[in-house]
Write a protein that binds this ligand. Structure first.
Ligand code: NAI
Ligand code: MG
Length: 334
């Protein structure tokens, strides 16, 4: 049977960049069938609910999702739909690859880093949130379990092997956060011993930030806890030209959700100005996830050629083309 993919167009610029990605996936002839599902404001309009049950069902059924950015209404006690999806489908690994393309506003040319962020624990566990009644203090629990630490580090080594990568940097702060970061580091060291064919390096997070800006070419795979991974992966996006170039995969035991890192960009929605590259790069992650590495490589080359040639790129890349013309340029190369 054909692989079915759940498509969530999302809000703001979501539907137009997702349309670009779907056209491109169609052109690649992978035999995909697409099922559309809705979440965010689009779902409120259609079904009166931010995250309808039929959307959850379609995600569970197809197990592979390409998702546009969602607008979460502010201030009315709504929890982020993205966080809800992450929890519901136990998407424990967040993969954020960044690659240099000539023709972007990046200052670097040789970057190829993948950050693997633990997606469920650490300071983002949501546990132990307390605020003193008089507002004089606040606290939150950072939880690291041996199981989750080991899952994410093992995942990193597996990915490094599959992609033929050479080095893993374990990023931590075990000198200060002795219990939590300490446990993460010691689990990382145990697992590293079982993978001598991959070079393992340890780096304290603040130093890592400096090294990433000074010598980003020296990094290969980064694996780290939730908060550090959140910050470092955005830093890495900045190294290759910003949010328009940054895809993300949320991977669980059963399901995987692929998306752009950026939001719904309401300021440019409906104007044919959005750069679809992030979500197209997320489609490349999707192809790799399904083992379609040749198709992934073909698409990456087409995106690279289009951006490097530079005559039909979007405004944020310094060009004058709209979303549809840029997409057309990629389609022609395919
Ligand atoms: P944003 O990422 O939507 O926009 C930030 C700036 O970057 C804006 O100036 C926007 O025009 C520009 N930008 C973003 N993507 C672009 C693209 N593909 N091409 C060209 N320019 C682009 O962040 P903001 O404004 O903070 O959030 C807007 C909404 O998106 C909020 O409701 C937020 O909750 C939601 N959001 C959703 C995410 C998701 O579903 N994964 C992630 C981040 C934000
Ligand atoms: Mg973030």
């Amino acid at each position: 049977a054909n692989q079915r993919i759940t498509i969530i167009p999302g809000d703001g610029i979501g539907p137009s960049i997702i349309e670009s990605a779907v056209e491109i996936l169609d052109k690649l002839d992978c035999g995909f069938e697409f099922d559309y599902a809705y979440a965010g404001l689009a779902a409120v309009e259609k079904f009166g609910h931010l995250l309808p049950q039929q959307t959850l069902d379609l995600i569970a059924q197809n197990k592979v999702v390409l998702k546009g950015p969602l607008t979460t209404p502010i201030g009315e006690g709504f929890t982020s739909i993205n966080v809800t999806l992450r929890k519901h489908f136990k998407l424990f690994a967040n993969l954020r690859p960044v690659i240099s393309f000539k023709g972007t506003k990046s200052r670097y040319e040789q970057i190829d880093i993948i950050t693997i962020r633990e997606n469920t624990e650490g300071l983002y566990s949501g546990l132990g949130q307390k605020m003193a009644e008089d507002g004089s203090s606040a606290e939150a629990t950072s939880l690291i379990t041996r199981q989750a630490a080991s899952n994410i580090v093992e995942f990193a080594y597996k990915l490094a092997k599959r992609e033929g990568r050479k080095k893993i940097t374990l990023i931590h702060k075990a000198n200060i956060l002795k219990s939590t970061s300490g446990l993460f580091l010691s689990v990382g060291r145990e697992i590293a011993k079982r993978h001598p064919e991959i070079t393992t390096e340890e780096m304290i997070v603040d130093n890592a930030c400096m090294q990433l800006v000074m010598n980003p070419e020296k990094f290969d795979v980064i694996v780290t806890t939730n908060l550090f991974g959140d910050i470092i992966s955005d830093l890495c996006a900045g190294l290759v030209g910003g949010l328009g170039m940054a895809p993300s995969a949320n991977i669980g035991e059963d399901c995987a959700i692929f998306e752009a890192v950026h939001g719904s960009a309401p300021d440019i929605a409906g104007k044919n100005l959005a750069n679809p590259t992030s979500v197209i790069l997320a489609s490349i992650q999707l192809l790799e996830h399904l083992g379609l590495t040749d198709k992934a490589a073909k698409l990456r080359a087409a995106v690279r050629d289009t951006i490097e040639k530079g005559d039909r790129t979007t405004r944020d890349l310094g060009g004058t083309a709209g979303t549809s013309e840029f997409t057309q340029a990629i389609l022609e190369r395919l």
